[in-house]
Design a protein around this ligand. Structure first.
Ligand code: BGC
Length: 353
């Protein structure tokens, strides 16, 4: 178990950004930046032992600042969309910046993904990691309350990357935190992810309008292209004439997880048949946004000069449901002073024959 720290570069505002290389001695290496809490690389073996990077991203900080579609980052203070950026707390209206098609997306113009976090490394022998801290000030991106946020990445000796989130506020606010890594278990983004097999333990999902805002209903996945309760190739039904696939431009939907008891349950798996790589996702969160990279279109050139083409990466964003503040029936995203927001997600890697 080792952890190394080095300087990755400087932001345009001349803030120094550090790179943390976590290695577990079992051929898994994870590289993390304190800019945006970004997971820059995840190196894992395929079934023949070939170790390769399986996530999309950039080789330099400028790439992340200028040409990133939230690659690898922590999205916050409120991940995903809020309808017209508007919500109410105890009758008081709050208006967030409308940074995506009239809606708020992933925390606004300068969300948690674009901040430089304080970082502290640790090595406990059986696991290594880095703890990140960011203070989001009262009024930042028009959210109420000073919110302290801690995100800890831990790599252990069973090829698990654990992400623990914690937050506190001094005024009632809203919070929804996720990691926005794009995975491509075959080649890190050189080709598309349509042959990846996906399983999500969810009998329901939250259908959306053409602006990707949920109606507030929970629809059954039964007999729809959204039924991933058994492994299915992502590409099988993605182009069906289903209204929800049309609205999402493919999969860009929140799945309502069947197991939601506060424990860190196995809720999704991805298997890529050529490499044999398997990713299992465990979380304490009630939902997961499965995004099939429909907005990638080849104009972002990432690591090793690879242009990220249409659907070359997939995101599995564990979180509360989109637009929760405007849907009382959804699990609450309100955080009050004196309360702790806590959430854990694990990405566990392995291979299948
Ligand atoms: C959203 C997509 C969005 C993407 C931006 C995802 O979390 O669901 O709609 O385009 O983030 O990278």
């Amino acid at each position: 178990m080792t952890i190394e720290e080095s300087t990755f570069g400087h932001t345009k505002e001349n803030k120094e950004v550090s790179l943390f290389k976590l290695s577990n001695g079992f051929e898994m290496k994870v590289e993390i930046l304190n800019y945006g809490g970004i997971i820059k690389n995840i190196f894992v073996p395929d079934r023949y032992g070939k170790v390769e990077d399986v996530v999309l991203g950039h080789d330099d900080i400028l790439g992340y600042e200028e040409k990133s579609d939230y690659f690898g980052c922590i999205a916050g203070r409120f991940a995903n969309r809020i309808n017209q950026g508007r919500f109410y707390i105890n009758g008081t209206q709050f208006q967030l910046p409308q940074n995506s098609n009239g809606n708020s997306l992933h925390g606004g113009v300068k969300g948690f993904d674009k901040q430089v976090w304080e970082a502290q490394v640790f090595n406990r022998g059986k696991e290594v990691g880095v703890s990140l801290f960011y203070l989001s000030k009262d009024g930042e991106e028009d959210y109420p309350g000073n919110m302290k946020c801690w995100v800890t990445y831990t790599l252990d000796n069973s090829n698990q990357l654990r992400i623990e989130y914690r937050a506190e506020t001094d005024k009632t606010t809203i919070v929804n935190l996720t990691n926005h890594t794009y995975f491509n278990l075959k080649d890190g983004g050189e080709t598309n992810i349509l042959d990846h097999n996906l399983r999500i333990y969810a009998s329901h999902y939250t259908p959306v309008d053409s602006n990707l805002i949920p109606f507030g209903t929970l629809d059954s996945v039964e007999d729809t292209p959204f039924d991933f309760r058994e492994f299915a190739p992502i590409g099988d039904k993605i182009d069906q004439e289903h209204t929800q696939l049309v609205n999402g431009g493919g999969y860009d939907h929140n799945f309502v997880l069947d197991k939601n008891n506060g424990e860190c349950n196995l809720i999704a798996s991805v298997y890529e048949p050529i490499s044999g790589r398997m990713l299992e996702v465990l979380t304490t969160e009630p939902g997961i946004q499965f995004y099939s990279g429909n907005f990638l279109k080849g104009d972002i050139v990432g690591k090793n000069n690879v242009p990220y083409e249409y659907r070359s990466g997939l995101c599995l964003e564990t979180q509360h449901f989109p637009d929760s503040p405007n849907h009382k029936q959804f699990p609450s995203t309100i955080l009050n002073p004196g309360e702790q927001f806590e959430s854990t997600t694990i990405y566990k890697f392995g291979v299948e024959p």
